[in-house]
Write a protein that binds this ligand. Sequence first.
Ligand code: AHM
Ligand code: MG
Length: 343
Amino acid sequence: VGAENINTDIVTLSRFFTEEQIKHPEASGDFTLLCHALQFSFKSIAYYIRRASLINLTGLAGSSNITGDDQKKLDVIGNDIFISAMRGSGKCRIVVSEEEEEVIRFDEHPNARYAVVCDPIDGSSNLDAGVSVGTIFGVFQLPEEVLGPNKTVGPKDLLHPGTSLVASGFTMYGASAQLVITMRGGGVNGFTLENSLGEFILTHPNMKIAPSRSIYSVNEGNSQYWDEWCNAYFHSLKYPENGGKPYSARYIGSMVADAYRTLLYGGIFAYPADSKSPKGKLRILYECAPMAMVFENAGGLAVNSRMERLMEVVPESIHDKSGVFLGSKEEIEKIIAMYNKYK
Ligand code: AHM
Ligand code: MG
């Protein structure tokens, strides 16, 4: 490679955060520091996932999380890494993690302005097979009245819709670690972890999802539990009218990986509520809402099983669940049309 072909002006995630902060001269820098802690947790989780099979991290940890799933060793490690990073940032007051029944408060930082929600390792049933998993995160800014040493924060300070998120995104741990982040009212940017440098590099600036694409992603094994409109919709993709080409099916079983592919290629990702799980499987606060924000900011759409905008759904509890449909604008419009036909 000739020297002239080497890009010496790369945008790292750190540089990106700095440039974002400069755009907001009123910003205190707290958010930037929080983001640095977030990116460190993603790098650490990526590091342990890559070494999992070599250092005896696969298999179960011998405890259960609140949803009754067997916890993997890596689930426990990912959770601990995330919580330590948030505590260490000094800018996070409270965390909700999929792996923790209760909220985690950092009372040693009473003036910290941010609340962070996360699923540290989502899709962990895929871990032992070395299939992609991911971390999903969302950031809320706490109101002034709950800040200070004599104040307390609790779950009620987190029961807000996705429209209140100031930032969200995910990191997929696949062939490489891919971080996707978006801020309220902003675009979506994708970064790739360069392992030798230990830096996330901006490789997918201003990501936009294609308006349509004939790919669907859903656990079709649940179809006997689906509502009629839902079955009719997926049937219509496989048996298009007028002899059109049927859709391709792609389902990894890791929301982050399925969503990342959908973001890049277009199509629809769905986990419907059904008769077996009337509230759906995926969690509103740290799975559905952050993903919905990414998809909307990339020009896509995200709705629940009542075809309501996912970003506006207010969770009733921190682990509340919802059906979810997200993807290309025209693909989501198709399912809304089918729902309305059957209503
Ligand atoms: P988890 O948080 O316990 O890993 O479960 C969430 C995962 C998602 O990543 C994925 O979309 C879904 O569960 C897959 O569920 P299923 O195995 O029912 O298809
Ligand atoms: Mg999960």
